[in-house]
Design a protein around this ligand. Structure first.
Ligand code: SF4
Length: 358
């Protein structure tokens, strides 16, 4: 292990010297963000290698309209909201889902749990808040199919599922972007395959490296990016070979295309992105909460002073938000990036708030 670290370090140092300029690497995965902070990776990389956190936390990129809609639905006594834990404390204008916890809101650990809730509560409609990227969407697809097959009518899904590649394209389409390379999301890549990032290389000329989440994998991923940058090779490489293949999990992809269509969707910070969200196919519309409850999908203007949108686009670092550590803390969060276990502001607060700059 020490030998591997030393080799990776030498590669990074040599690359920085050879490049002779600052360069920016964006990690597009909240799990990477937290692992980078937790393991102090930012503290020992050379100054000219700048790590930027991107839109990789699914709860954080969920737009405020979705949050407000969830809060509204949580007030209905004919419904039970089933949600993963990360969503429960995201603030909206009338508080968070936390205040309804145990009554109209239940925390679930899997999509299947939501279906069980529906079976146990036949007089209520269970609404699964399905938030997540390609990693979690297949589990939602499984329960939608199961609900259809078993005729479970008091169950539906409020899909907040999002796709990673359209967000990366949107970031790169901004001519002011300063991204040289991406540390690509390991979990998502298991599903979509590392080959899916080839369009980022071909269309934007950016280096993409898929890595796992152990500190060693992250360091080796950064070293691999350095190698590609210094050799001026615009390529996609996976060093997460234990679980990521070029084509990904084709069964999961098949499941997604059976149950979902891609549609334009709103992202916090990035706005409306074409074909970036997953919505249920017409065949499954009876399980679509948007249709069942005629949910308002117009964008919502956040007035809290929270700068999560800029954090998610890598435009600012969390401490640059004047609420950071003052009005906004993990105990009293103002924005989702301070709530989620994968949120950039929460990671800054927990691991680096005294330093504030690298
Ligand atoms: Fe939003 Fe709080 Fe982060 Fe500021 S510190 S961007 S208010 S989550």
């Amino acid at each position: 292990m020490l030998r591997r670290i030393s080799i990776a370090h030498k590669l990074i140092d040599a690359a920085c010297e050879k490049l002779g300029r600052p360069f920016n690497i964006m990690e597009v995965c909240g799990t990477h963000t937290v692992a980078i902070f937790r393991n102090g990776v930012r503290t020992f990389i050379p100054q000219q290698m700048n790590l930027i956190s991107g839109p990789g936390c699914p709860v954080c990129v969920t737009d405020q309209r979705y949050i407000e809609n969830c809060l509204e639905m949580a007030q209905r006594d004919d419904c039970i909201i089933a949600t993963y834990g990360d969503m429960i404390r995201v603030p909206g204008t009338t508080g968070s889902l936390e205040k309804h916890r145990g009554t109209n809101v239940r925390v679930v650990f899997s999509a299947e749990d939501a279906l069980v809730l529906a079976k146990e509560n036949p007089n209520k409609t269970v609404i699964l808040l399905a938030v997540g990227f390609e990693t979690t969407a297949p589990a939602t697809a499984v329960v939608v199919k199961e609900a259809a097959e078993r005729g479970i009518e008091n169950f539906c899904v409020y899909s907040g599922h999002k796709l990673v590649i359209p967000a990366m394209r949107t970031l790169l389409s901004n001519k002011n972007n300063n991204i040289d390379a991406f540390l690509c999301p390991g979990h998502v890549s298991i599903i979509i395959g590392y080959g899916a990032f080839r369009e980022i290389v071909d269309d934007f000329g950016k280096v993409c490296v898929v890595a796992g989440f152990e500190p060693m994998q992250i360091i080796e991923g950064l070293a691999e990016i350095c190698r590609l940058l210094t050799e001026d090779k615009k390529e996609v490489v996976s060093i997460y070979t234990a679980v990521v293949t070029e084509k990904g999990n084709q069964k999961a992809q098949q499941l997604l295309s059976e149950v979902f269509d891609s549609a334009d969707g709103y992202w916090r910070g990035l706005g409306k992105i074409e074909k970036s969200s997953l919505v249920l196919k017409p065949k499954y519309e009876q399980f679509d909460a948007v249709k069942r409850f005629a949910i308002n999908e117009q964008p919502y203007k956040d007035k809290s002073g929270c700068r999560c949108g800029e954090v998610l686009c890598g435009l600012i670092e969390s401490p640059e938000c004047k609420l950071f550590g003052n009005a906004c803390t993990p105990q009293e969060p103002v924005g989702p990036c301070m709530v989620s276990g994968e949120g950039t502001c929460a990671a800054w607060y927990k691991y680096n708030r005294k330093r504030h700059t690298r």
